[in-house]
Design a protein around this ligand. Structure first.
Ligand code: AMP
Length: 428
């Protein structure tokens, strides 16, 4: 047993997995560009109050899962690692006066998020998300555009059978009356409610619909549905979102119990699932409209919508379908030397080639030339550059390991020769 291990709920992404993550990040960045979302970064930690307000105090994420940072005595204010990106982005929107920028402001963040959750399959304490936010557009067209961008991510990432679940959760005009209905319903069944849900009934009854407790499944299924209690404005908005989705041809299913159980979430709510894996733990991503959030974090009332797609779960889904393998790209050339001890000459030639943008390894073990060449073949390198006495006249031997040929090449032409070969053989 090694004395140290990665903390519980975290994992090292070894090069093969890390390459998969970078590929997903590439898809996310490319889509962000095409859809007009500009990349930004927010700190990995914020004042705890940003999350308490921006996510809601009566949520799993804040109540149970917030990764709090123990403050040093002189820094009294509480901080927490970001459990998601929206609150930080909206905090930045307000702080930097982005309401004066041309609207909507479309922003994106890709990076690690942290939740002090009980670790299990697909649930980590550090995980990666692609987050996108469109702030300043009341929709409904931008809602559909956003849902479609997320859907396209799964298509381009290669996850098969992804389905969009869609709902409207109303707004300030219709939700209060619905919440009264919902509260009355759960009150009638109060004895069946688990402890946590009973406590939430007073503070945030919508949240009960989102419960992860299996004891709630039947109760939730029979609960009054927000979709049947939408006001005129929300009904029209939802109909228009669906019409835009139809026009875009994105397959979706209206899921009446889907909520984002937070007060400031309004209207459109959506989640992405693999077909047949619609359980709570398996959401690949989700998002929604939050027309109250900017104001809640101290800005002028501004509508917004965003999503957060979990990249770890995409990697898991791809591993299941066997589509994660990112092949290691071999070096174009390995620089070896006739004099086992002269590692400096090999390093110098390799450095020169790397400076020209070529993928080159220098064999630095002080062993015989024959053994050095064996490592070059083992690496599946196309060429070996042999540094020997010819270097005094400015030449090296270039050995084509695939063709089995060898010739003398002036050092000044070497990078050019290799680059030309790389191009004609499609080396990376
Ligand atoms: P949420 O903000 O909880 O809706 O999360 C959005 C997405 O992030 C989810 O659909 C998951 O794909 C991913 N996600 C959330 N929490 C975790 C976690 N603890 N571990 C891995 N992925 C997560």
């Amino acid at each position: 047993m090694p004395p140290f291990r990665a903390p519980r709920g975290t994992r090292d992404l070894l090069p093969d997995v890390s390459a998969g993550l970078r590929r997903l990040e590439g898809v996310a960045r490319s889509l962000s560009d095409r859809y007009g979302y500009r990349a930004m970064e927010t700190p990995m930690f914020e004042q705890t109050a940003v999350f308490e307000r921006g996510i809601g105090e009566v949520t799993d994420v804040v109540e149970k899962e917030l990764f709090r940072i123990a403050p040093r005595s002189e820094e009294a204010e509480g901080w927490a690692l970001r459990p998601e990106a929206t609150a930080g982005i909206v905090r930045a929107f307000v702080q930097h006066g982005m309401q004066t920028w041309p609207q909507p402001v479309k922003l994106t963040v890709v990076g690690p998020m942290f939740r002090y959750d009980r670790p299990q399959a697909g649930r980590y304490r550090q995980f990666w998300q692609w987050d996108a936010e469109a702030i300043g557009d009341p929709g409904p067209a931008v809602d559909a555009e956003m849902v479609e961008m997320g859907y396209r991510f799964y298509v381009e990432a290669g996850v098969p059978d992804v389905q969009v679940l869609l709902n409207s959760i109303g707004d300030g005009a219709c939700r209060p009356a619905y919440l009264e209905l919902l509260t009355a319903y759960f009150r009638r069944h109060e004895t069946q409610l688990p402890e946590l849900e009973r406590r939430r009934l007073d503070s945030n009854p919508l949240r009960l619909l989102d419960s992860k407790d299996p004891a709630m499944t039947a109760l939730v299924a029979a609960a009054p549905r927000i979709g049947e209690h939408l006001c005129e404005g929300c009904t029209a908005h939802f109909a228009a979102v669906k019409a835009h989705m139809d026009a875009l041809g994105v397959p979706y299913r209206v899921e009446p119990t889907l909520v984002r159980g937070l007060d400031y979430y309004t209207r459109t709510a959506f989640e992405y699932y693999r077909r047949g894996a619609e359980g709570q733990q398996q959401a690949l991503g989700g998002g929604g409209r939050y027309d109250g959030l900017v104001e809640l974090l101290g800005g002028r009332a501004t509508p917004g919508i965003g999503f957060a797609l979990g990249l770890d779960r995409v990697l898991l889904a791809l591993a299941e379908t066997g589509a994660t393998d990112v092949a290691e790209v071999p070096p174009l050339a390995v620089v070896v030397g006739a004099d086992p001890a002269d590692t400096a000459a090999r390093l110098r030639v390799a450095s020169l080639l790397r400076g020209e943008g070529l993928r080159v390894r220098a064999e630095l073990a002080p062993r015989k030339l024959g053994r050095q060449l064996e490592t070059a073949s083992r690496d599946h390198a196309h060429f070996a550059v042999i540094v020997g006495d010819e270097l005094a006249e400015g030449n090296v031997q270039l050995k084509d390991l695939e063709a089995g040929t060898q010739r003398l090449v002036p050092l000044v032409d070497l990078a050019h020769e290799l680059a030309r070969a790389a191009k004609s053989h499609h080396h990376g």
